[in-house]
Write a protein that binds this ligand. Structure first.
Ligand code: BEZ
Length: 249
C-alpha cells in the first residue's frame, strides 16, 4: 500500500479523527485494569488522553513519522505491524480508533490482539464499516477504470459488515459485549482536497507524481454532488463499526 503520514498535516486537517475517538474512552472500565495497548496510535492524541486518565499506555503504529511525533509528546510508542504483533508482556485492554480499516488481514490482527491480552482483558474498537466513504471509493474507482486501471488493488481499506466482523471476532474466541454499525456523516474542517491528499494516496499509486494533483481534483469535482452541502461544507459519508469484546479464556 502506498500511504505516508505527515503528523503536522494530520494534526491540522484530521484532528476530528482522534476527537471522535474520545467516544471510545467512555467504554473503558478502569476496574478492568490499568495497562492498555493503543493499536494504531497515530501521532498520539487519543493516547495522550488515555495517559491523562491514568492508564499505563503503550502505542503502536506502522508509521515511523507518526510514532516519532507520539514519542515527542512523551508517549511510549513504537513502530509495529499490527498484522504481526510481537509483545513479551500482556495488557488489560487493547483499544483501536480509526486504524483497523487500514489492515487488510483482520484474522492476523485479531490473533495478535488475542495474544496481547490478559485472560479477562477487553478489546474496544471503532473502524469504518461496510459502506464507509462509499462515495469516495466509487469516485476513485470510476476515474481509475476510465484511465485503464483495475482499481481494486489500489483500495487500501477494509470495511467489514457487522455480521462479517462479528464472525471473525467469535471465530478467534472473543465474547462480544456490544457491537453496532451506524452512519456518522462527518463534516470536514476544510476542503475535501486536504482529506484526499492525506487519506486517498493509495488510489493514486498507478499515476505519475505529476498526475496525482489532477487526480485528486477530478475526485473533488465528482464528489461535489454527493458530499458538498448547500452551505459549502464537505460532509463525508462515514459509517462506523464500534465494538467491545472480551478474552475470557
Ligand atoms: C475512517 O476513519 O473511516 C477513514 C479514515 C480515512 C480514510 C478512510 C476512512
Amino acid at each position: 500500500m502506498n500511504q505516508s503520514w505527515d503528523p503536522k498535516l494530520y494534526s491540522r486537517d484530521a484532528a476530528f479523527v482522534p476527537s471522535y475517538g474520545v467516544d471510545l474512552l467512555s467504554m473503558l472500565d478502569p476496574a478492568e485494569g490499568r495497562s492498555i495497548l493503543d493499536l494504531g496510535c497515530g501521532e498520539g492524541t487519543l493516547t495522550e488522553k488515555l495517559l491523562s486518565l491514568g492508564w499505563t499506555v503503550t502505542g503502536i503504529d506502522s508509521s515511523e513519522e507518526q510514532v516519532r511525533a507520539a514519542v515527542t509528546r512523551g508517549i511510549s510508542a513504537k513502530v509495529m505491524d499490527a498484522e504481526n504483533l510481537q509483545f513479551d508482556e500482556t495488557f488489560d485492554c487493547v483499544i483501536s480508533n480509526a486504524a483497523l480499516h487500514w489492515m487488510k488481514k483482520p484474522e492476523k490482527v485479531l490473533d495478535g490482539v488475542w495474544k496481547a491480552l490478559k485472560v479477562g482483558g477487553t478489546f474496544i474498537g471503532e473502524m469504518g464499516a461496510y459502506g464507509n466513504v462509499e462515495s469516495v471509493v466509487q469516485a476513485a474507482n470510476n476515474i481509475l477504470v476510465e484511465r485503464g486501471f483495475e482499481p481494486d488493488q489500489f483500495n487500501p481499506w477494509y470495511f467489514p459488515s457487522l455480521d462479517e466482523y462479528s464472525e471473525l471476532l467469535l471465530a478467534r474466541g472473543f465474547i462480544i459485549s456490544s457491537i453496532q454499525a451506524f452512519n456518522r456523516p462527518t463534516e470536514l474542517p476544510g476542503d475535501i482536497l486536504d482529506w484526499l491528499t492525506i487519506f486517498a494516496q493509495s488510489f493514486a499509486t498507478p499515476l505519475r507524481n505529476s498526475e496525482k494533483k489532477d487526480f485528486y481534483c477530478e475526485m473533488r469535482e465528482r464528489l461535489k454532488k454527493p458530499l458538498l452541502s448547500d452551505e459549502e461544507k464537505w460532509i463525508v459519508d462515514y459509517v462506523r463499526l464500534r465494538f467491545k469484546v472480551a478474552r475470557l479464556v
